[in-house]
Design a binder for this molecule. Structure first.
Ligand SMILES: Cc1cc2nc3c(=O)[nH]c(=O)nc-3n(C[C@H](O)[C@H](O)[C@H](O)COP(=O)(O)OP(=O)(O)OC[C@H]3O[C@@H](n4cnc5c(N)ncnc54)[C@H](O)[C@@H]3O)c2cc1C
Length: 400
């Protein structure tokens, strides 16, 4: 059977894979993108991804290069302030709240929040405009054979693709990563996250609020009004069995529990979507590449959802790959390009994964003295403006 010849095969049509297809397609490379699960592009449809992504400042330029930003901007909520609240005292009430304001370091917001199901919808619409991209939903990666000059990929429908570069964006259990023989280091926390949307009487005023008590952070990220009421996306991290219990509570009991966990900061919270459950791990691939293969996004690194780092790190991967591909298109996917990609990304990724691991463990602590120490550390960091500003820059993606 004849094979399709293309520059790049993107394995995975999650948010990272669709972004990769748009980014490389808009730059003029020919791309085949495959995913066995067709994207769900309606909020209330079965299987819709109800998480949201807070795109941080550096994401904007890459999304512009991909021709995506114009489509996304009208749906985005600004994130002007990140408020960290410590509620780690004996009772679930705020005892310390610190505002990290984007205006301290820039004249732009920290970032912009968008629902993942809407990202998929707009990314698919953008792919339709790109004659360079051949998106094949319902078809998966099935096998890999590489040699110095090219990769040969077998798909789940029996078809074949020959390409110069395989971009593995097929998630934390990446079949491409396994086929390429790249191993990972994984840390488990016994934690899960609940992701859902709420409405509330008190407006969020573009403040993203992270409340720490024990078990992990409870984070509210601004969304546009929903059915005429202020709305936020919530990620609520707890030990696994507690998350399962919360996910199964009748709605009125769940609403009472989340209003208590939010310390009532936004008034009584009303559930405005299904509840979805996500396992939480940290994971890093030992290498960002193999012969003719670049690992990106969760195929390369997984972090707990703290500080909006996950997908933003993935966009960092794509930015470096795109720059290298555009500098020397003739060398797309060769060893020198992939070694440079690894050098630019791996140390940075490992540092971020380690930093988020520390923040997550600090948020999980149960013992009262440790919770008190955590509050003191927040107070100290906040009271030193140069440290505070450096941390904000670092959180946005500046190198430490
Ligand atoms: C609760 C929660 C909240 C988060 N919030 C944020 C945030 O605010 N900001 C942020 O930057 N990050 C956030 N993240 C992280 C972010 O959501 C992830 O980094 C991102 O969704 C990962 O995308 P991905 O495309 O790498 O993986 P996935 O979304 O897992 O996509 C992988 C894709 O690969 C496909 N696949 C599987 N097998 C095959 C195969 N054989 N062939 C081809 N394709 C295959 C799957 O069907 C899937 O579509 C959050 C994560 C969680 C859990």
């Amino acid at each position: 059977m004849d094979a399709t010849e293309t520059d790049i095969l993107v394995s995975g049509g999650g948010v990272a894979g669709l972004t990769a297809a748009c980014v490389f397609g808009a730059a003029g490379f020919s791309v085949v993108c495959v995913d066995p699960m067709p994207p769900v592009v309606e909020r209330d449809a079965e299987g819709a991804d109800l998480r949201t992504t807070a795109f941080l400042q550096p994401a904007q330029a890459l999304l512009e290069r991909a021709g995506l930003w114009q489509r996304l901007a009208p749906h985005a909520s600004d994130l002007q302030v990140m408020r960290i609240v410590d509620a780690g005292g004996p009772r679930p009430e705020p005892r310390l709240a610190k505002d990290f304001d984007a205006s301290d370091i820039s004249d732009r917001p920290f970032g912009w929040n968008l629902p993942n199901w809407l990202l998929r919808r707009e990314m698919l619409a953008r792919l339709e405009e790109l004659p360079t991209v051949d998106f094949r939903p319902g078809v998966g990666f099935a096998g890999l054979f590489t040699r110095e000059g090219e990769a040969r990929v077998r798909l789940s429908d029996g078809k074949r693709v020959h390409c110069r570069l395989v971009v593995a964006a097929d998630g934390r259990n990446s079949p491409v990563r396994r086929a390429a023989g790249v191993s990972v280091d994984t840390a488990r926390y016994g934690q899960k996250a609940l992701a859902f949307a709420v409405t509330h009487p008190v407006p969020h005023e573009n403040v993203s609020t992270e409340i720490h008590r024990s078990g992990g952070p409870f984070t509210l990220v601004p969304l546009p009004d929903y059915q005429g009421r202020p709305s936020s996306a919530i990620v609520w991290m707890e030990e696994g069995p507690e998350v399962q219990r919360l996910a199964g509570l009748p709605v009125p009991d769940f609403e009472a529990s989340m209003t208590e966990r939010s310390c009532g900061l936004f008034g009584p919270l009303t559930l405005a979507s299904r509840r979805t459950v996500w396992p939480i791990i940290s994971q890093v691939a030992r290498s960002m590449y193999a012969e003719r293969v670049a690992l990106v996004a969760e195929a390369a690194h997984v972090v707990p959802p703290i500080g909006a780092q996950g997908l933003n790190m993935s966009l960092g991967d794509l930015r470096v790959l795109l720059d290298l591909a555009e500098q020397t298109p003739a060398r797309l996917g060769d060893l020198a390009m992939l070694e440079t990609y690894h050098r630019h990304r791996h140390a940075e990724v490992m540092a971020r994964v380690a930093g988020i691991d520390v923040l997550n463990r600090a948020s999980m602590v149960r013992a009262q003295p440790l919770r008190d120490a955590r509050a003191m550390a927040l107070d100290t960091i906040y009271s030193l403006p140069p440290v505070r500003k450096s941390l904000m820059q670092l959180g946005l993606g500046a190198r430490g």
